[in-house]
Design a protein around this ligand. Sequence first.
Ligand SMILES: Cc1ncc(COP(=O)(O)O)c(C=O)c1O
Length: 460
Amino acid sequence: MLKSASKLRNACSMMKFATNFYTSKSFLSSRKLGIPINPDPGFPYNPPVGPYDEGISKDPSIQPSFEFEVDPKALLDSVIRQQIYQQKVEEPFYVADLGDVVRKHHQWTTLLPRVKPFYAVKCNSDPFVLKTLASLGTGFDCASTEEIKTILGLGVDPENIIFANPCKAVSNIRYARDHYVNMMTADNADELRKIHEINPHADVVIRIYADDSKAVCRLGKKFGIPIDLVPELVQEAEEIGVNIAGISFHVGSGCTDATAYSDALLLARRAFNDIEAAGYSPTLLDIGGGFPGYEQPGLVKFEEIASLIRPTLDELFPRHVKVIAEPGRYYVASAFSLSVNVTSKKEIKKPNAEKMCMYYVNDGVYGSFNNIMFDHAVLPNPHIYRKETSGENEEKTFECSIWGPTCDSMDCLTSKMQLPELNIGDWLSFENMGAYTFAAASTFNGFAKARLIYVNSELE
Ligand SMILES: Cc1ncc(COP(=O)(O)O)c(C=O)c1O
């Protein structure tokens, strides 16, 4: 629990007024008393759309009261149980712990104090996440007019936005210019020409190609100029008259190797030299995204990446160079869990073989689990919440497959998993579902997107 930074506390206290909002002590106090929490008269909840001061619950059972040590996992478990208990219709739902986002920011500023995070909005544009980050003072990486509009709507200073899409539509550049968003990336001469024509005052950051072979999602085949071609591009920039403010790179989303960052920093230094040789004075370095959103056995930790970046930065770039990053999944992956309902079950019986089950759940690859398609995600093992305990051996596992709700056979969450036998009405809860999930979810086949419930494990 973070107790020191008053900035963080202010951010938290704003959230107290959110709809669908639970504080840590309220739940833990009810748990301690061992009674189910009273259903709020407003159920079922709708996702919040309004400002923070709308819809505060008057239900005394969910007001903060006693002093307890907050265990975020216990809070999450408690909220999930309460949601399931209160469900009238079996809707999939996320529980978002904004306290987790706050803790991530604290970790970032502690381990990378020189690097200002510009959160990548594309990863998860939930309004409460964005508001939390804006309150904490992060900048934002936007890729479109719509994202810029959203962030400006939160009262964020245009200087705290980088338009980090290296290939932008004319209308988008115009919108950015008209709203004083001048910092933007590019990786080719045609883009430089286009930018300069529309906004001669733009501060352009040249995106160089960085080795992304160790990343889950490689971005280099679409964006980034190879380092050897930088001098030529700089020469063209000079002829066009465009201002080059600095260099950016992206080691790929979901980077699994800390040395990808130190190698890319060396390339960025080389590019800085090229720009300086042409007479520019670059003052901005953008080290992109790719930082892990949660710990996975055998994979690199954020701490390891940070401890390599810190000294490398100081060695290669003087203090007057402002350093920013574009973390996406780092901030949000672990803050969201998703619970889905087992709506149907089919037993496959083969002679002389153990039974196998096909389970059908109410969110799939056209919804939250689009990360299986687009983010190379592998379905993690779920926590099981039983509708009823059967009394039989509930630990014995069987092979199963899990399917989404649509009529498409591509809508498969996993073709093979070992799970205890499930029953219709049981719930499966998946952790670490905050990055690249509902950001790209659709309502294909008429299935609504999962709704959102917010908690804050950092709220006192
Ligand atoms: C330009 C840019 N910046 C930042 C990100 C965020 O990456 P991550 O979520 O891996 O931190 C992305 C992801 O695709 C991106 O394209």
